[in-house]
Design a protein around this ligand. Sequence first.
Ligand SMILES: *[C@@H]1O[C@H](CO)[C@@H](O)[C@H](O)[C@H]1NC(C)=O
Ligand SMILES: *[C@@H]1O[C@H](CO)[C@@H](O)[C@H](O)[C@H]1NC(C)=O
Ligand SMILES: *[C@@H]1O[C@H](CO)[C@@H](O)[C@H](O)[C@H]1NC(C)=O
Ligand SMILES: *[C@@H]1O[C@H](CO)[C@@H](O)[C@H](O)[C@H]1NC(C)=O
Length: 468
Amino acid sequence: MKKQENPSLRYARYFWGSLLGFTILLIFDIITGFGVTSAVIGFLFPGKVINLKEPTDRPIILPMRKEDVKIPPTLNDPYDDLRVLVVGEIPEKFKNIIINKHHLDVPSNPTMKEFLNMTEDEYISSLERFQNRISQHEMYPEDDRLVQRVLHNLATAKFNELYEKSGGTQFKMIVKYENGYRALFKPMRLQRDQQAASSHYYYNDYERHNGEIASYHLDKILGFRRAIPMVGRKINLTSEMFPLVDDELASTFYISPSGKVCFTGVCDVFCDTSHGICGDPYMLEGSFAAFLPRHKNATRKVWRHPWRRSYSKRRNVEWEWNDNFCDKVKQIFPYSEGRRMLDLMDMAIYDFLIGNLDRHHYETFKTFNTNETFTIHLDQGRSFGQPFHDELSILIPLKQCCMVRKSTLKTLLDFHKGPQKMSDALRESLKDEPVAPILWDPHFDALDRRNVIVLEHIRNCLKVDDEK
Ligand SMILES: *[C@@H]1O[C@H](CO)[C@@H](O)[C@H](O)[C@H]1NC(C)=O
Ligand SMILES: *[C@@H]1O[C@H](CO)[C@@H](O)[C@H](O)[C@H]1NC(C)=O
Ligand SMILES: *[C@@H]1O[C@H](CO)[C@@H](O)[C@H](O)[C@H]1NC(C)=O
Ligand SMILES: *[C@@H]1O[C@H](CO)[C@@H](O)[C@H](O)[C@H]1NC(C)=O
């Protein structure tokens, strides 16, 4: 006969058994970083960011690792098979891949001013003139002198008022000039040759003011003209900044043990002296971005990038497991019409060249027709961090969609063929920058190498189509 067990004892055994099992699971989860624990905690305490296994906020500075560079086997390939496609007629079977449609072929390219029927006072500043002249298809026209004037002013004019821009994890400052100009300032945090940590933690990295500047120049030489004009400048923290900031920000100034003038900025997260922003000893370098129009009808719309990253180690965004994701995106407005899809392809190429993984959102001007206006190349602070690593995942939109503007392909091929390589063009463009040199040398080699990788991706698209 079976011995009857005391029911309360049985429940106690179940209870302790489950508790033990749960604890083991919990420890396993924390060790492997699978993420259930943080998800549960995040669910129970919304607003709290739990990063159990993330590294600290400080970028890990890696030594130079030349051996990591993988030279594409086709570096010296002239890519004549692609060249015939951009100089001649595109064969029918490739017409869905190499798209012979340029936005400037559309005759109408109204400016902000024309679109809004604004009347322009003749005494307005170059900055306002630049703002009014932003057009449906580009931030500024080719060979533009006005932007040069704007940048010169941003780099030399006197400041009138400085205040910290709230929000975001990194210090940014709004700069008002005596001449009425406004700019967004990002301070230098890293030396030119400091590399970013592994790509997984790119969002923990400091933004790079020189990355912003170099990215603006690269956008221009690639013929996109979708980035915000940007210039470098050194400011004297003691005489140019301290007297113009409010008391709260002024109270965060201090002198470091090595005699440098520093400040922390006002924020909750990283505003302590271990993250202080310091001059050398009182001169601080930074990037100054021209302000976009503040006119209420020139506001911008923020779009979630269809290929945004999950910001979690678990693969839970569709593009990571569905190679047909692009077909889905193409059905949806505004990707279904106009230039948007091609702009995203350009953006993938651009981001791959500059090494920017941080494109979770992008913006367009609301002023113009949604499907006819350009995507703004905004916020390239997390670029030019890893010259010895080519992050192929940035090219996934191009790989999955297999489409590219003929004009973009032609530009890439021209730079590949030379005599002026993409690196030469960027060097040339950056040489007169007020805080030159802007980039560490290995970044220039990376550009030419990455250009070949893009071309190889496009060639693969044509091969696949050929086999059909
Ligand atoms: C600008 O003027 C044109 C022609 O007068 C008009 O059709 C259009 O609606 C106006 N646009 C705005 C935004 O007022
Ligand atoms: C600006 O937008 C408002 C509606 O948001 C509209 O009433 C007004 O006419 C617009 N102004 C111009 C100059 O287009
Ligand atoms: C910065 O300002 C301080 C205080 O006015 C001055 O002593 C110093 O010479 C300035 N440094 C430079 C490089 O202009
Ligand atoms: C943009 O969308 C509108 C409305 O769907 C359409 O009439 C127009 O032709 C589209 N423009 C382009 C360039 O596709």
